[in-house]
Design a protein around this ligand. Structure first.
Ligand SMILES: CCC1=C(C)/C(=C/C2=NC(=C\c3[nH]c(/C=C4\NC(=O)[C@H](C)[C@H]4CC)c(C)c3CCC(=O)O)/C(CCC(=O)O)=C2C)NC1=O
Length: 169
């Protein structure tokens, strides 16, 4: 598992280079946003259950067929599995935020996920929608907490959405 610093060092070490201007700029921007990343993760951490619940409610309001007979989230067991998955996405997004690198998402979340979802007929589009709803809720809460933030906040959610949504098997 890599973070912004270990990824960068690894790239430079491979070619035996000192950290150049570009590397320093990258590191600087990571450290400049460091405290905000940690604060955003703290906001997520203290509101995680509510964020997942609210995002689930909104998702099933938008796509009620998911929880009707024949829907993939129909039955309490599958409903619970869906919310559990949303909780996974949120928790790992908070790790990736702090790491400043999406590697943890590749390694722990996305690897093999499409295959699993396809074999269980879990619909990808609505899952991506759920991730995007969580992103919006998190952005609102982080802003409400007065944390300075920018595109780094959206990055993990958008990365998971893109990786899950766009690639064909
Ligand atoms: C930490 C990394 C990680 C992830 C991401 C993960 C996902 C994951 N979701 C699963 C199931 C599932 N995932 C869903 C999710 C949904 N159904 C819908 O209609 C909605 C669109 C969506 C919620 C947003 C459902 C309903 C199941 C159960 C499917 C079934 O058993 O029929 C399964 C199959 C095994 C199980 O039920 O536990 C896995 C492995 N597991 C992991 O360890």
């Amino acid at each position: 598992m890599r973070d912004a610093v270990t990824s960068l060092i690894r790239n430079y070490d491979v070619t035996g280079r000192y950290l150049d201007r570009n590397a320093i700029d990258n590191l600087k921007s990571y450290f400049d946003t460091g405290m905000a990343r940690v604060q955003a993760a703290a906001v997520i951490n203290s509101n995680a259950a509510a964020i997942v619940r609210q995002a689930g409610t909104q998702l099933f309001d938008e796509l009620p067929e998911l929880i009707r007979p024949g829907g993939n989230a129909y039955t309490t067991r599958r409903y619970a599995a869906c919310l559990r998955d949303m909780d996974y996405y949120l928790r790992y997004a908070s790790y990736a935020l702090v790491a400043g690198d999406m590697d943890v998402l590749d390694e722990r979340v996305l690897e093999g996920l499409r295959e699993t979802y396809n074999s269980l007929a879990v619909p990808i589009g609505p899952t991506v929608r759920g991730i995007q709803i969580m992103k919006e809720i998190v952005k609102d809460q982080v802003a409400a907490a007065g944390v300075m933030s920018s595109s780094f906040l959206e990055q993990p959610f958008d990365y998971m959405s893109r990786e899950l949504g766009e690639k064909d098997l």
